[in-house]
Design a protein around this ligand. Structure first.
Ligand SMILES: NC(=O)c1ccc[n+]([C@@H]2O[C@H](COP(=O)([O-])OP(=O)(O)OC[C@H]3O[C@@H](n4cnc5c(N)ncnc54)[C@H](O)[C@@H]3O)[C@@H](O)[C@H]2O)c1
Length: 348
């Protein structure tokens, strides 16, 4: 199969690259490296099945060609992360909506209609505080809090674009509503909570809990996310599907901080930081986020392989290894002998 992955040097995208190359597929990545890094796909550099283009999906002049080549397209490229969403509200809308539309137009204009897998988000459920979020619930975006909801609006627009191109032009669309995804290669600097907590725990700094800590999230290991996503796309075939993709174990952010401290054996304390201080005045947080996974399970029979404890243990080991090699480099000798793999293996 020919697989095009926009944003394939990013966190989720690079795990899709690993998965499809392990299956023997040909993989073409386009990424502008705005938040992704080439190091995430570097191990495949010399693989003849792999191709990389450093380009912006909004302006790349080879997009039509790449779309025409593909059997399946994963559209992961987007402006993501709470900090960037707050700092660059116009870029969020432009990149996330116009990028998706340009891709779908290219798919419409080609001779062959590839399957398009769109990365949506649990953020489309807005400030819905339901105990569990189902795909057929209304999507509600708050009218308060200025530009806070721009990311949600962009993902709702992407979903509407995907559904419209599917209905009008027969382009099969799989709309995956990702809930919080965590694991190797995720970076904390754009506001992602798990890598930030792990980094703080490993370096012995206070773990900063924003907004009280009783808000809940449901975290899915990226290695499960990509297997579920691939399976969903394969099962969907030429049908159009909207599905939650994540893990339905719910945990409060304070319990998460305590779990990270416990798993890492860190002496870090927990420090409360008001939302206003963390994000600025017009930020509105979401209280609960737990996916109903019945649709995903009914379609794919998917079962998770990684618990949150597994993910945290792995991330703590990676962070310690990184800190160790950094210190060793400064002292001028080789790092640790036991290497924790940042390259997970996927079954062929
Ligand atoms: N990680 C999560 O928990 C999560 C949750 C919900 C939805 N999502 C969605 O999943 C997708 C992947 O997210 P991620 O967590 O891997 O983030 P990421 O930032 O690691 O990946 C996004 C990638 O897209 C690239 N990119 C951004 N703008 C681009 C452009 N104009 N042209 C080409 N490449 C561009 C970035 O360099 C990056 O490699 C995004 O669409 C995101 O909105 C992620």
């Amino acid at each position: 199969m020919h697989v095009l992955i926009t944003g394939g040097a990013g966190f989720i995208g690079s795990h899709l690259v690993d998965l499809h190359l392990a299956k023997g597929d040909q993989v073409h990545v386009v990424d502008d490296l705005s938040t992704g890094v080439f190091a995430n796909v570097e191990p495949h550099r010399d693989n003849p099945l792999f191709r990389f283009d450093h380009a912006d999906v909004l302006t790349w002049d080879r997009l039509d060609h790449a779309v025409g080549w593909a059997d399946r397209i994963y559209h992961m490229a987007a402006v993501v992360g709470v900090y960037r969403v707050i700092a660059e509200p116009t870029k969020v809308l432009a990149t996330n909506i116009a990028g998706c539309e340009r891709l779908l137009r290219a798919a419409r204009d080609g001779g062959w209609k590839p399957q398009v897998v769109l990365a949506s988000s649990s953020e489309v459920y807005g400030h819905n505080d339901e105990q569990i979020l189902r795909e057929d619930q209304d999507l509600t975006v708050s009218s308060r809090a200025g530009t806070r909801w721009g990311y949600s609006v962009s993902k709702i627009a992407d979903e509407a674009l995907g559904m419209s191109y599917a209905q009008r032009f027969g382009i099969p669309a799989v709309i995956a509503r990702f809930f919080n995804t965590v694991g190797p290669r995720q970076v904390g600097r754009y506001g992602m909570v798990v890598p930030r907590f792990v980094q703080q725990a490993v370096s012995g700094e206070p773990i900063t809990v924003f907004g009280g800590g009783d808000q809940t999230r449901s975290f899915c290991d990226v290695r499960d996310t990509v297997v579920a996503l691939e399976s969903l796309a394969t099962r969907a075939g030429r049908d159009t599907v909207v599905a939650n993709v994540g893990n339905d174990r719910e945990i409060s952010i304070r319990d998460l901080a305590e779990l990270v401290i416990q798993r890492s054996g860190s002496r870090s304390s927990i420090k409360d930081v008001p939302l206003r201080e963390a994000y600025g005045e017009d930020f509105e947080d979401i209280r609960r986020r737990r996916p109903d996974l019945s649709r995903l399970r009914a379609l794919t029979g998917f079962k998770h392989r990684y618990t949150l404890e597994d993910t945290i243990d792995h991330l703590v080991a990676l962070a310690r290894q990184e800190a160790h090699s950094h210190h060793a480099e400064q002292r001028g000798h080789d790092g640790d002998r036991t290497v924790v793999r940042n390259q997970p293996e996927y079954a062929a």
